[in-house]
Design a protein around this ligand. Structure first.
Ligand code: NAP
Length: 310
């Protein structure tokens, strides 16, 4: 019998208990899933950073920590965590992000606000959106989520450029990497989507200098993490017209404080970190499959590289 500790907020226990137990049964794994195991007896921890476990030292026989979140910036520096850490890559999470990114990209591409917000009896037939093929989109961070979003946008006809740390070869996406690749990826981009993890290297990656590389009147969409953007530089770029609109799902401080200038800015759309969320049924299957792999002596999937920070 495997002892599996569930360390997350109480509400998550309500959502996850049944799907996890069903997935264990389906996989033929005899697991005792609980929120109250003795630390020394725990084989695996299913984990969110806002749950009760913060010191991993007593978990001496724990074989891996299975995160329920895609982002790991709040756990990756925890020096008590010496066990392998896996982040969540889940089809439903990915699909949710593809829908959110595609929807907000199309909103800006089609100029939907003009007609949705400007219905005042005037027949404005003097301007049309360009076809998608004339609207270059750049995705900073072409990993699990970025690549899926890029493929969806390519299918709609957008020329998609993706930027990553290491070289990539993804069909139908122009793949760039490294410092020089960043400049090339941003130069003349009309829509820039941020799907990077938050690390020391990616902090403030969109700043006065890099925002200036984008096409005049372009759009920023950030479902990645708040610190990827230098907020003051973005506000200046919005006010100068360099950036026409920013759709922001993530912020340096969450919830976004009521007096934050983003709330009232006419060229900013705030969404409350809802771009995509983990769905218990599919996440439970992914986590149980990873535990099955561990028990079968196979390498874990979605291992976090502590040195890289993601
Ligand atoms: P992932 O698979 O690890 O992809 C991350 C991508 O960023 C990879 O392509 C990676 O390059 C690239 N990257 C990392 N550091 C870089 C650097 N210094 N320079 C250039 N490229 C760099 O992660 P994911 O699953 O797609 O998730 C991405 C992020 O989305 C998460 O970290 C999280 O912050 C955010 N997220 C937000 C929500 C929401 O609801 N708003 C939901 C889920 C996730 P390599 O491929 O070369 O490693």
């Amino acid at each position: 019998m495997l002892n599996v500790l569930f360390s997350a907020k109480s509400a998550a226990w309500t959502d996850y208990q049944a799907p996890l137990n069903a997935a264990f049964a389906e996989a033929g794994i005899d697991a005792n899933l609980s929120r109250d195991h003795v630390p020394e007896d725990v084989d695996y921890i299913i984990f969110t950073p806002n749950g009760p476990v913060t010191d991993f030292r007593p978990y001496t026989k724990t074989k891996a920590v299975m995160g329920l979140w895609a982002g790991v910036e709040t756990i990756v520096d925890n020096e008590t965590l010496t066990q392998p850490l896996c982040r969540l890559v889940d089809e439903s999470l990915t699909n949710g992000m593809v829908e959110w990114v595609t929807g907000h990209t199309l909103r800006h591409h089609l100029g939907m606000d003009t007609h949705i917000l400007g219905q005042d009896g005037t027949w404005r037939d003097d301007s049309f959106p360009p076809v998608a093929a004339k609207r270059p989109v750049t995705i900073l961070g072409i990993g699990a989520l970025g690549a899926a979003c890029g493929e969806s946008l390519h299918r709609l006809g957008f020329p998609v450029t993706g930027w990553s740390r290491s070289p990539k070869d993804i069909p139908d996406i122009r793949c760039l990497h490294g410092e020089k690749g960043l400049q090339e990826a941003l130069t003349d981009a009309q829509i820039v989507i941020l799907l990077l993890p938050q690390t020391p290297e990616t902090t403030d990656i969109l700043n006065a200098e890099t925002l200036a590389l984008m096409a005049k009147g372009s759009f920023v969409i950030n479902p990645g993490r708040g610190p990827l953007i230098d907020d003051a530089a973005l506000l200046a770029a919005l006010d100068s017209g360099q950036i026409a609109h920013a759709t922001l799902d993530v912020f340096r401080t969450e919830p976004l404080p009521p007096d934050d200038p983003f709330w009232a800015h006419p060229k900013v759309t705030v969404t409350p970190h809802i771009a995509s969320t983990t769905r218990p049924e599919t996440a439970a299957e992914v986590i149980v499959e990873n535990i099955r792999r561990g028990e079968a002596g196979q390498p874990f999937r979605f291992l976090v590289n502590r040195g890289r920070g993601y």
